[in-house]
Design a protein around this ligand. Structure first.
Ligand SMILES: [Zn+2]
Length: 228
């Protein structure tokens, strides 16, 4: 199996086995699922048991397999990317790509394909997240309503400081605060390149415990000064 899953033109899930696309047909006795080849005149089919393992299959096709590169390109069109990104909001694009495509299949894609896929994932993410204002007064006014809508991967609410006087925003969670209490040391670092406008600096405090670092506090600062 090269490409693992993909979506049809109507955004229905398809399974790809040896570069042939299978669509869900129906559920049989004992919750066995029958998937059939997407080519209507072909009798190839696969049955999956309740655990998702193949329990019976006829993979003799009466046609050539699909071209993997064009399947991969199709699967990462913006509207299809949106679907997989919603499930994996907090993952990085590279992780999403590796989750969706096996390493063998990745070799089929050229660097242009990967660039397009990354852009599509980024666009899909940007369409999901609420928009923030681009000037400080409006941003501070709308921020509480935006943050209250967002939860962490563990369904935790964000705890945040919205400092209107110094144009500083700080985010953390109760779990992070509890972790900080158990840390031996803390470390701090900042970046200018991954900071959302109009802020200029993302300053992160990491906790150190059991030989591992964890980012605990995220500060958005209005300038690049050391004393910000
Ligand atoms: Zn077939």
């Amino acid at each position: 199996m090269n490409l693992k899953n993909m979506l049809s033109e109507k955004l229905k899930p398809l399974r790809v086995v040896n570069n042939n696309k299978f669509r869900f047909y129906r559920t049989l006795a004992n919750d066995v699922q029958r998937w059939v080849c997407c080519t209507k005149t072909c009798n190839a089919n696969i049955k999956y048991d309740v655990n998702g393992a193949i329990c019976e299959q006829n993979t003799t096709h009466n046609h050539e397999p699909d071209d993997l590169q064009s399947m991969l390109r199709q699967n990462f069109l913006p509207q299809k990317v949106s679907n997989c990104v919603i499930e994996q909001l907090s993952d990085r694009p590279s992780k999403i790509i590796h989750f969706e495509i096996s390493s063998t299949a990745l070799n089929v894609l050229d660097s242009n394909d990967i660039t397009v896929i990354r852009k599509n994932i980024h666009t899909a993410l940007m369409n999901i997240y609420p928009k923030l204002s681009r000037d400080f007064p409006q941003l501070h006014a709308t921020l509480p309503d935006v943050i209250i809508e967002i939860q962490t991967k563990n369904n935790e609410k964000w705890i945040f400081i919205n400092d209107v006087q110094y144009n500083i925003v700080c985010c953390t969670t109760q779990m992070n605060l509890d972790f900080l209490n158990q840390c031996d040391s803390i470390f701090m670092d900042s970046t200018f390149s991954s900071c959302p406008f109009p802020f200029k600096q993302l300053f992160v405090i990491h906790g150190f415990k059991n030989s591992s670092y964890a980012p605990l506090f995220f500060y958005l600062l209005p300038n690049k000064c050391h004393n910000a």
